[in-house]
Ligand binder design. Structure first.
Ligand SMILES: N[C@@H](CCC(=O)N[C@@H](CS)C(=O)NCC(=O)O)C(=O)O
Length: 192
């Protein structure tokens, strides 16, 4: 899994025609000069739309939401609900994914480091779970904020973070993963 999976999920929901270029990160393809011209960080994902290169998965979701998502009913109109969607997308990348990266790194550092890092993710889930109480999705109806965040939570579960105690998150994840677009992506990537 990589942050490119988030963008894959968002593109699957939007069902817009795209040309995909897959890079072999282990072979260093993201560090080659041609790619560094569009993303000097040497990381994925990057999209190029009408000649503009956009990197950082949160920026990509927000951009695609504004340009394509609103018309498709997948992104709130300008106003407070859009603010809430942006809040969850950015929190997902900065706070939750920040904690998930610590866990990923701790996997090589032994059980104590893993438990400490998992506690950081649990603290995030304690914020997310009550936000999903009494609502099917983060800002009422399903939006790309859900697409974005479920992908990061899914990454945490793939590193054996136990989400079962968080009943609202479990039910929300199920609702998200049952969406035809996301079920298709999961099938084609072999994810569960
Ligand atoms: N904050 C960035 C993170 C991008 C990132 O770290 N991508 C990783 C994959 S998850 C990558 O491309 N790593 C390749 C490398 O560092 O060589 C985002 O959300 O887009």
């Amino acid at each position: 899994m990589s942050t490119a999976s988030i963008t894959e999920d968002v593109l699957a929901e939007l069902a817009i025609p795209v040309e995909r270029v897959k890079l072999d990160l282990k072979a260093g393809e993201a560090k080659k000069p041609d790619y560094l011209k569009i993303n000097p960080n040497g990381k994925v994902p990057t999209i190029v739309h009408e000649g503009s290169a956009i990197w950082e998965s949160a920026a990509i979701t927000i951009y695609l939401g504004e340009v394509f998502g609103e018309k498709a009913g997948l992104y709130p109109a300008v106003g407070p609900k859009r603010g809430e969607a942006m809040k969850w997308i950015v929190w997902g990348n900065v706070t939750l994914a920040g904690a998930a990266i610590k866990l990923y790194e701790a996997l090589n550092e032994g059980p104590d480091a893993v438990e400490k890092a998992k506690a950081g993710i649990i603290a995030c889930l304690e914020i997310l779970d009550p936000a999903l109480k009494g609502t099917d999705f983060l800002v009422g109806h399903y939006t790309l904020a859900d697409t974005h965040l479920q992908s990061i939570v899914h990454w945490a579960t793939a590193m054996n973070v136990d989400v079962k105690p968080f009943h609202n998150i479990v039910a929300w994840l199920k609702r998200c993963r049952e969406r035809p677009a996301l079920a298709c992506v999961a099938q084609s990537s072999g994810a569960q």
